[in-house]
Design a protein around this ligand. Structure first.
Ligand SMILES: Cc1ncc(COP(=O)(O)O)c(C=O)c1O
Length: 412
């Protein structure tokens, strides 16, 4: 199903000013603990009222704290911190989970995108098709290689609209880079069919979709290369920056292994121009534990999403929809509301932290002025950026907090 601007009905406004910047108040609470900073409130016996955070990594960590501590201590005590047994084991375990031949651990999700495109020799004069509605990192992966991003509007599920793909293809198109945004798998059969028919590479940005599937197949396994971020808030998150690429092509895998390590496979022999983007042992050890439990986290967030979908009944709220055949990792629960700024302010006043993913589309970002796009070029994406809002959602979020969000939104 395609999405049109009429469906969103957001009046167009200048995207250069983020509504978040305009409405975020200064909080008197500690952003990590959610507790009041002022001892005076305790002194006067005021009731302790907890801010509902957007995400609480402490709560996520607490679900399996003992195992995380054992694993990271094991890595620390090993005395070997870069390119060791933990990384090797994590790469094998993640590749086995996905059912691919190779996983190459990297520093970040952005590096995964940059190096995946570099490994395919995509550069100046080349074009890569990418969703207009995505996080800027997806586009940076293309432009860091000197290639040009060609944007395509989203469908009704906020992902790349496969029906609009073919009109974006040109003789310079080298790849389609799809993003499983907010955790939901794209329409992969259709996208796969088009990449095969036009003989272009298929890349997947799975930074938000660990464990999500299309027609039973895991995201990251459709394309020539799957790119993952393990940023701490992601469905499969590390305790710092981390990422990976996965592929079943042994030649690409070898090139990616060299690219991440100064372009060498043997110390001091540099065959290609590479970078330093190695996933370190501490993060790998942490991720080996996270890998065992992240689907549990997806299910917990899925349960909260189910409650939001069923119990938020405010007529001005538009809920996200699941594409037939797709599942979601429920990284984010993104609603739409025409009075978005009012809703954001109202939730803040009710001690509920919402976020916006994302307030400025990449084509209107200052850094991409040189691409020559103007407001109105991607009206669906622009209208979305004006009306979307992400509700608090994390594994370990208490039932009462979920109920409080539901009640607050319904009373808006
Ligand atoms: C869709 C998408 N792609 C890529 C990235 C980049 O990942 P990282 O933060 O690990 O560089 C992110 C991270 O937020 C993302 O959401």
């Amino acid at each position: 199903m395609s999405l049109s601007t009429k469906d969103i009905r957001a009046p167009y406004r200048d995207c250069s000013k983020s509504p978040v910047e305009m409405v975020v108040p200064s909080s008197c609470k500690d952003s990590v603990t959610g507790r009041k900073q002022s001892q005076l409130e305790d002194y006067f016996g005021l009731e302790e009222k907890r801010m509902i955070e957007f995400t609480m990594l402490k709560d996520v960590f607490a679900l399996h704290q003992d195992e995380y501590e054992v694993a990271t201590l094991r890595a620390l005590r090993s005395g070997w911190y870069i390119m060791g047994g933990e990384l090797e084991a994590f790469e094998k375990e993640f590749a086995t989970y996905l059912g691919v031949q190779e996983c190459i651990g990297l520093n970040s999700g952005l590096d995964a995108l940059i190096l995946a495109i570099r490994a395919l020799d995509i550069g100046a004069e080349d074009e890569v098709i990418v969703p207009a509605n995505t996080y800027i990192a997806t586009v940076l992966g293309i432009t860091e290689n000197g290639a040009r991003p060609v944007f395509v509007e989203p469908d009704a599920y906020y992902n790349l609209d496969a029906a609009k793909l073919e009109e974006a293809l040109t003789p310079r198109t080298k790849a389609i880079l799809c993003v499983h945004l907010y955790g939901q798998a794209c329409n992969m059969r259709e996208i796969e069919r088009i990449t095969k028919r036009h003989d272009v590479y298929l890349l997947e940005d799975c930074a938000q979709s660990h464990g999500a599937r299309f027609e039973g197949q895991l995201t990251g396994t459709f394309g020539d290369i799957g790119c993952f971020s393990f940023y701490p808030t992601k469905p499969l998150g590390a305790a710092g920056d981390a990422g990976a690429v996965v592929t079943s092509d042994p030649e690409l895998a070898l090139k990616l292994r060299m690219l991440r390590n100064y372009g060498s496979r043997k110390k001091y022999e540099n065959e290609i121009v590479g970078v330093n983007s190695r996933l370190d042992e501490l993060q790998a050890a942490y991720l080996r534990v996270a890998l065992q439990y992240f689907e549990e986290g997806n299910a917990l967030r899925g349960g909260i999403a189910k409650r939001y979908a069923a119990e938020i009944t405010h007529p001005e709220i538009v809920h996200p929809q699941l594409l037939l055949g797709a599942t979601s990792a429920y990284h984010l629960y993104v609603i739409r509301c025409q009075r978005r700024a009012d809703l954001f302010r109202y939730l803040t006043e009710h001690d509920i932290k919402a976020q916006i993913h994302y307030p400025i589309p990449p084509h209107l970002s200052t850094c991409y002025k040189y691409l020559g796009y103007a407001p109105g070029d991607f009206p669906i994406t622009e209208a979305l950026s004006q009306s979307i809002l992400s509700l608090p959602l994390y594994a370990g979020m208490r039932e009462e907090a979920v109920s409080a969000v539901i009640q607050a939104v319904n009373e808006f």
